[in-house]
Write a new protein. Structure first.
Length: 428
């Protein structure tokens, strides 16, 4: 910019003096309807950024502009001026080296600071030596730095004591917003916000309250969030579970038991067999078990931080696999028994059938014997020792065979009879 002494004059009156004179006239001359307008771009400025006071609705008979810091026209607060007819500008005592005035009266602020906050007045002078004034407000906000979250504890125990979060910011005059799992937080039965929202209190902590927690700070210009904050909620151990749940085993099998309990930090495990301490592991493995391994197996879990314990018991029964003490039969043995029973039933049925047939045939033979007794005595010497009184002691059955040829002559000899009777003896 040119120095003020280099600015051209009109009617031998210094340009700056003319502006000041006109400004004094505005205090007592009748007010005019201001047509000038200002627009701040952007509306809110961030420290270190550039801001433009954009002027519009200028009249056609203007001869120049002057900018002042503050709400009034004061030569000691003049920033810069511009003369239209000579297209020249000048700086004032309030000029910082970061301001630029344009031919249309607009003013550019570069690299604004917090100290630049305040009001700025534009004076426009027309050819009738009348001035128009318009004032704009500049508000410069600090650049936000990422806030941090602190808490009274990061390792709370479930259902014990509240957790108090605080949003720490180096910037003042900001608003606070809390988010849990990226959802904004409101007051509730378990969440309490301070009056300025800077602190968040979590009541009745549960294992699902791990987070993440975030706090966000805002001003009219920008917003920025903290890094996520997580809680390490301590709990447990819950009631342990032993698996598998099988309780009966055979001799020679392997016993493989596993114990699990929900816990943070992870629980410590140990085993008791019939009350005696055994392995301090989560899994218990015993090979080739025998009936001597029967008994109670207890899993003991312990959380070293919460100082809580838990137990689970399973009763194991090991059966000897020897045949004489075996309580069960194999499928093959059962099949053999069934087949044997069926075969026995068939044999008994066959025997009863033949006995019935023989008994029926024996009764018929006794009748034949009675009818032929005299001839039998005379023709069969070999049977002469059979007396009538022995018939009751011996039961007979006869088998009759028909002659092969019916046309053979009949003989008187016993050996030539057409029918031969054979006896078998069944003792009662």
């Amino acid at each position: 910019m040119e120095p003020a002494s280099a600015l051209s004059q009109r009617g031998h009156v210094p340009w700056q003096g003319l502006l000041l004179s006109v400004s004094l006239l505005t205090f007592w001359s009748p007010p005019t309807t201001a047509r000038l307008a200002l627009e701040l771009m952007p509306a809110n400025a961030t420290k270190g950024k550039d801001v433009l006071f954009l002027v519009y609705n200028q009249t056609e008979n203007l001869i120049g502009y002057a900018w002042f810091k503050g709400p009034i026209v004061n030569s000691s607060r003049q920033i810069a001026s511009y003369r239209i007819d000579t297209q020249s500008n000048a700086t004032g005592t309030a000029y910082s080296g970061r301001e630029t005035i344009y031919p249309n009266g607009s003013l550019l602020f570069q690299n604004v600071t917090l100290e630049d906050t305040g009001s700025y007045t534009l004076q426009a002078l027309n050819t009738d030596l009348q001035a128009e004034l318009v004032t704009g407000q500049l508000r410069v906000y600090p650049e936000l730095l990422k806030p941090t979250i602190t808490s009274n504890t990061s390792d709370p125990v479930e259902h014990k004591g509240p957790v108090v979060f605080t949003c720490e910011s180096e910037i003042q005059d900001v608003t606070y917003l809390w988010l849990i799992n990226s959802q904004s937080v409101q007051n509730s039965t378990r969440l309490e916000l301070s009056e300025d929202n800077r602190t968040l209190t979590l009541l009745n902590v549960t294992r699902s309250d791990t987070g993440p927690y975030e706090c966000e700070i805002r001003n009219p210009v920008t917003a920025i969030r903290s890094d996520p904050f997580y809680l390490n909620v301590l709990y447990g151990p819950e009631a342990p579970i032993i698996s598998p749940s099988d309780t009966h085993y055979r001799s020679g099998a392997n016993l493989n038991l596993s114990c699990h309990a929900a816990s943070n930090p992870p629980a410590q495990y140990s085993w008791l067999i019939n009350g005696r301490p055994e392995q301090s592991t989560q899994k218990l493995f015993i090979t080739n078990i025998t009936p001597n391994n029967s008994g109670s197996y207890t899993c003991v879990v312990h959380n070293s931080v919460t100082r809580l314990n838990g137990t689970a018991v399973i009763i194991i029964t090991v059966s000897d696999d020897s045949p004489q003490e075996s309580s069960g039969l194999s499928d093959g043995a059962i099949a053999g028994i069934v087949i044997g029973v069926l075969a026995g039933i068939a044999l008994i049925a066959t025997l009863v059938y033949f006995l019935y047939i023989r008994k029926t045939g024996g009764a018929s033979d006794q009748r034949d014997l009675t009818d032929h007794k005299p001839s039998a005595s005379s023709h069969s010497p070999g049977h002469s020792d059979i007396s009538p009184n022995k018939i009751d002691e011996v039961a007979y059955s006869s088998l009759n065979f028909s002659a092969q040829e019916s046309n053979k002559p009949t003989s008187a000899s016993p050996s030539s009879t057409a029918t031969e009777t054979v006896y078998s003896e069944l003792k009662k």
